[in-house]
Structure formats: structure tokens, C-alpha cells
Design a binder for this molecule. Structure first.
Ligand SMILES: [Zn+2]
Ligand SMILES: [Zn+2]
Length: 421
């Protein structure tokens, strides 16, 4: 490497982003709330590898979806295997259930998951190649009550994050019995309007006409309003399931509207679909989406177990949350002289053991400089330890907000500061 190459600054990969200490508290808050809410409903965390064999995702999302055709982060590893960074979570969890025979455990299985996903998408504002999702999945529960329960759980999480301006949209996408007939009708109708659809949608007529409803082009949206609605084509079983789902939403006192164009892009969805949209998000307004995928496990070569779940885009949700940072009170230790330094380290150990967050900095500074440093770092308390204090075993404790100062022993410090355990 020549000198110039050595000096060249290396930046993060395009489409990726650092999450810096000043913003991480929002992430931590969301993760903490998600864990708390999900575990109250009996969900358990599962973590799977970030990369998998490419064919897992081709199988899982259906080879006609955009994710597979355009957006997978795929590469060949040193062993010549085609590897893909997971573009979504469900295929991995299904693989894990089958591989670890979790399906032999009493059902339903309830899982949640928090982690990064990868899509080789054109980087644009608010969209990243590494983005993050929170997912929940239930396997082995047919009852539409569970679909309503996960909607209620989603609402609970959003509320705890201060997101209350949401609309709940619901729909049913039918099943293998009723959807093919609908798809044909839709195809015919779309064919009639072919020339007015965007090139992408024209392609979808032949491959997956339901996905025309996902198109963001205004003209396509207008045309698709006239298309037949899937809710008019549901078989008796799907129709009953959807009615029950709505009835249970009422029981949970959740207001919702039925949105026939909510078909979700992925091939494996069956029956229930739902979405939370937020008025703060503007055009791309879904903050959380989910639905039922009763045939997926079977299609993966696994047992015939139905599934339902939802996913939250973390970046998108965090862009609209209104929560306050809950800063823990902490103490900055000021010491003057060598003897006081050792004493400060000892006091810090004692305080930390007792749940007090405190900071000692190992650089010679004057009292004034240390005070201004504590102020800059936003310390709630300062403890001053000088040679005198070491001899007496008492210290000066200063409240930085009120500037009030007390002489205290180290045990007495604990009475002043709010502690964590
Ligand atoms: Zn059906
Ligand atoms: Zn279109």
C-alpha cells in the first residue's frame, strides 16, 4: 500500500449508517418496550444468522417478487456457495423451526425477533441497505382471534412509543381455493387497462397481478381502484375467518377500516393482512404490517403449520416516535492530588456496586476545569475529594442543578442519588 492509499479516509458503505451514542437511546427504548410487550403476550426471542443459503429466500419470498428479482444482497463465498444477507426474517425462522424440530414442541409457537436486514436497493432518503426490523410470528394457531390479538399487541407497542396517530387497515387475501379465481378476474381487468399502467405493472399482469396494488405510481393507483376486490371473491372459509377477525378487533376495541387493495407483496400471505399507517409519515405511510401465511411452512418442505405475524421497520418507526430520553442521574468525581485519586477510585467502586452511575477521569485538571467538565457532560451530581476529605472520610457533594452543597460520608451519598439495581 502506498502512502496515499494509506491516508485515504475509509467511509461506511453506501446505504449503511452508524447509529451514534446520541441517538441510540431511542433504539434501546424501542427494543426494551418491544421485549416487554411481547413477553407479556407469551412470545420468546429467537436469533438466526444474518446470512443464509440464497435458495432459502428465493423459495421463501416467491421468485416473482421484487425482493428476489432486484434487491437481494447476494455474493459467492470462498467455498463457491451462493450466500444472501437476509432480506426479510420469516424464511430464516421457518428454516430454523424445521431444522431444530421446534414444531414438535406444544403449539402455538410464539417468537419475536429484533435485528438487521439487507436489501441491495437504490439508496435514498430514509431507505438503507442495512435496515432493522422487529418481527413477531405465531405458528400453529388457526383461530382469527390470534390475528386480532397481534394487532392489539402491535397497537400496544406503538402506544408505548408515543405513536398514537395511527389508522389500522385490514383485509383478507383469500387462500389457494379462492385466490386463483380472483387472480384471473384481476388479470382480465388489468389487461383491459394495460396501456395506461406503468411498465413495471404491465410486467406484473403476467407474473403477479395482485402486486399492482403495491405500485406507488399515481396513475396505477387510480386505475387499480376500479379493479375487482378480493373480498368479493372469498371462499366461505376465508369469508368466515375474516368476519371473525373483524369481530375480535371490535372486542379489543380497535377501530379499523377494510382496505381491499391491501394485498401485501409476498406470495405466501393467506387470509388476514393488516397495516398500521401513521399520518406523520406522509406518502409512504405504513409503519407496521403483517398478516397470515398458512401455506408457507408446507412450501418450505416442512410440516403443515399455519403462521401469522407482523414486522416493524425500526428506522421508519423511530422517525416518528415521540418519547423523552429517560436519563439516569449520575455523578462526576472530582479529585485533587494523588492521594485523593486513589480515594476517588475506591469511592467510585463503592458507588457503582450500589447502583450509582459515576465517572472518574484520569487527567490532571484544576478544580475549576473539572467542574466545567462535569457541567459539559451533564452530570447531575459532583463529588469533590481533596486531601482533607481523604483524612476525614467525608466529601463535598454538589447538586449541579441547585448548586447546593453537602458534606457527606460515602454511605450518605446513596441517600441523595436515585439508584438503579
Ligand atoms: Zn379461501
Ligand atoms: Zn405501476
Amino acid at each position: 500500500m502506498n502512502d496515499q492509499a494509506k491516508k485515504k479516509q475509509i467511509n461506511a458503505i453506501k446505504g449503511t449508517k452508524d447509529i451514534l451514542p446520541d441517538e441510540i437511546w431511542k433504539w434501546q427504548k424501542l427494543e426494551t418496550e418491544a421485549r416487554l410487550v411481547f413477553e407479556r403476550y407469551g412470545y420468546r426471542e429467537i436469533r438466526t444468522p444474518v446470512f443464509e443459503a440464497t435458495e432459502l429466500f428465493i423459495k421463501g419470498t416467491g421468485s416473482t417478487t421484487d425482493i428476489v428479482t432486484k434487491e437481494m444482497y447476494t455474493f459467492v463465498d470462498k467455498g463457491g456457495r451462493s450466500i444472501t444477507l437476509r432480506p426479510e426474517y420469516t424464511p430464516s425462522v421457518v428454516r430454523s423451526i424445521i431444522e431444530n424440530r421446534l414444531n414438535l414442541q406444544p403449539q402455538p409457537l410464539r417468537f419475536y425477533f429484533i435485528g438487521p436486514m439487507f436489501r441491495y436497493d437504490k439508496p435514498q432518503k430514509g431507505r438503507y441497505r442495512q435496515f432493522h426490523q422487529i418481527d413477531i410470528e405465531v405458528f400453529g394457531e388457526k383461530d382469527p382471534a390470534i390475528d386480532a390479538e397481534i394487532v392489539e399487541m402491535a397497537k400496544n407497542l406503538l402506544t408505548r412509543m408515543g405513536v398514537t396517530d395511527t389508522d389500522v387497515l385490514v383485509n383478507s387475501v383469500g387462500c389457494q381455493t379462492c385466490r386463483p379465481g380472483y387472480r384471473e378476474k384481476l388479470k382480465q381487468k388489468a389487461e383491459e387497462s394495460r396501456s395506461r399502467l406503468c411498465p413495471d405493472c404491465q410486467r406484473k399482469i403476467g407474473t403477479n397481478p395482485l402486486r399492482i396494488f403495491d405500485c406507488k405510481v399515481e396513475a396505477c393507483k387510480e386505475i387499480s381502484i376500479e379493479f375487482p376486490k378480493i373480498t368479493d371473491f372469498l371462499c366461505p372459509e376465508c369469508d368466515e375467518h375474516f368476519k371473525q377477525f373483524c369481530k375480535y378487533l371490535d372486542a379489543f376495541d380497535i377501530s379499523y377500516s377494510i382496505e381491499p387493495s391491501l394485498v401485501r407483496g409476498l406470495d405466501y400471505y393467506t387470509k388476514t393482512t393488516f397495516e398500521f399507517s401513521s399520518r406523520s409519515l406522509g406518502a409512504q405511510d405504513a409503519v407496521l404490517g403483517g398478516g397470515r401465511y398458512d401455506d408457507m411452512m408446507k412450501e418450505f418442505g416442512g410440516p403443515d403449520i399455519c403462521g401469522t405475524g407482523f414486522a416493524v421497520g425500526v428506522e421508519r418507526l423511530l422517525s416518528i416516535v415521540s418519547v423523552e430520553e429517560n436519563q439516569q442521574e449520575w455523578l462526576y468525581l472530582i479529585y485533587l492530588g494523588d492521594e485523593a485519586k486513589s480515594a476517588a477510585m475506591e469511592v467510585a467502586r463503592f458507588l457503582r456496586e450500589n447502583g450509582v452511575k459515576c465517572l472518574v477521569e484520569y487527567r490532571e485538571r484544576s478544580l475549576r476545569n473539572q467542574l466545567s467538565r462535569a457541567n459539559k457532560l451533564n452530570a447531575a451530581w459532583v463529588l469533590i475529594i481533596g486531601e482533607d476529605e481523604v483524612k476525614k472520610g467525608t466529601f463535598q457533594l454538589k447538586n449541579m442543578k441547585t448548586a447546593h452543597q453537602d458534606t457527606v460520608t460515602k454511605e450518605e451519598i446513596l441517600k441523595h442519588i436515585r439508584r438503579t439495581n
